[in-house]
Design a binder for this molecule. Structure first.
Ligand SMILES: NC(=O)c1ccc[n+]([C@@H]2O[C@H](COP(=O)([O-])OP(=O)(O)OC[C@H]3O[C@@H](n4cnc5c(N)ncnc54)[C@H](OP(=O)(O)O)[C@@H]3O)[C@@H](O)[C@H]2O)c1
Length: 235
């Protein structure tokens, strides 16, 4: 089988799962990555035949299993064409300590949101160079503006920088790099103070991802900002 292979981190729910659905419909074979194997298995069962959907439990902040997974994908399926570095986490923070999670709980978010996509890029780019492939990273509208006390926003500024620095190193390799920056998406974890804000559906972001990867090899869609109609300027 020669169908192209699309690897998605954070695939078990939300934006990643919605992108998996559209990518399956577009004819890709899928590698679905998250930490919860049972949830990935359930999604894989809904998406298609076992020889086309491969659910793999892996923590994207853990280098050895992540790089080993990429080796197994190449050995088994022979190619890797699109990688969506999408896994991420969010906790509410305040540098003045006025609200939010205690600092001990900040570490996992920083690792998932910054170290995770950096390792995902490092693990997959050699395969993407071989295929003339495409790396897509999930940043955020929060990675463009100032949010008082918000460390999550700072991690997404880091993803903005990651995408630009990776793209700069990839010049001449044939690899394209797209940064997708969603506004508020209804994936179940919206804080109470934003409950009334306009929201996107995860499928709205999935369509943006498929748009970017569906362009001709000569077109590199660098950035896509998608916000719900009516979302305020600093959201
Ligand atoms: N929802 C929004 O409003 C919004 C807006 C802008 C940007 N984003 C970004 O979009 C991305 C997806 O968000 P979402 O709303 O779809 O989130 P979600 O529903 O909470 O899903 C997060 C996904 O990431 C996985 N994940 C988390 N940490 C991981 C780790 N260390 N290793 C492997 N997988 C991990 C989770 O699965 P396991 O727990 O099983 O590992 C899950 O599949 C994130 O990067 C998020 O920051 C979201």
């Amino acid at each position: 089988m020669t169908d192209p292979v699309f690897l998605i981190t954070g695939a078990s729910r939300g934006i990643g799962a919605a992108t998996a659905r559209l990518a399956a419909e577009a004819g890709y074979r899928l590698v679905l990555v998250a930490r919860d194997q049972a949830r990935l298995n359930a999604l894989a069962t809904r998406l298609g035949a076992p020889d086309r959907v491969w659910p793999v439990a892996c923590d994207v902040t853990d280098w050895a299993p992540l790089s080993g997974l990429v080796t197994r994908v190449r050995d088994t399926w022979g190619r890797l064409d699109v990688v969506f570095a999408n896994a991420g986490a969010s906790v509410v923070t305040s540098f003045l300590g006025r609200h939010g999670a205690p600092p001990e709980e900040w570490r996992d978010m920083v690792l998932a949101n910054v170290y995770g996509p950096a390792l995902t890029a490092r693990a997959t780019l050699p395969a993407l160079i071989d295929s003339g492939g495409h790396l897509v990273l999930t940043g955020s509208a929060a990675g463009r503006g100032v949010r008082p006390g918000n460390l999550y926003s700072a991690t997404k500024w880091a993803v903005t920088g990651l995408a630009q620095n990776i793209r700069a190193e990839c010049v001449g390799t044939g690899v394209r790099v797209t940064l997708v920056q969603p506004g508020l998406v209804d994936t179940g974890g919206i804080p109470a103070e934003r409950a009334q804000d306009p929201k996107l559906d995860p499928a709205d972001i999935a369509r943006a991802v498929l748009y970017a990867v569906g362009q001709p090899a000569t077109v590199d869609v660098n950035e896509i900002l998608v916000r719900p109609a009516g979302q305020g300027p600093n959201r």
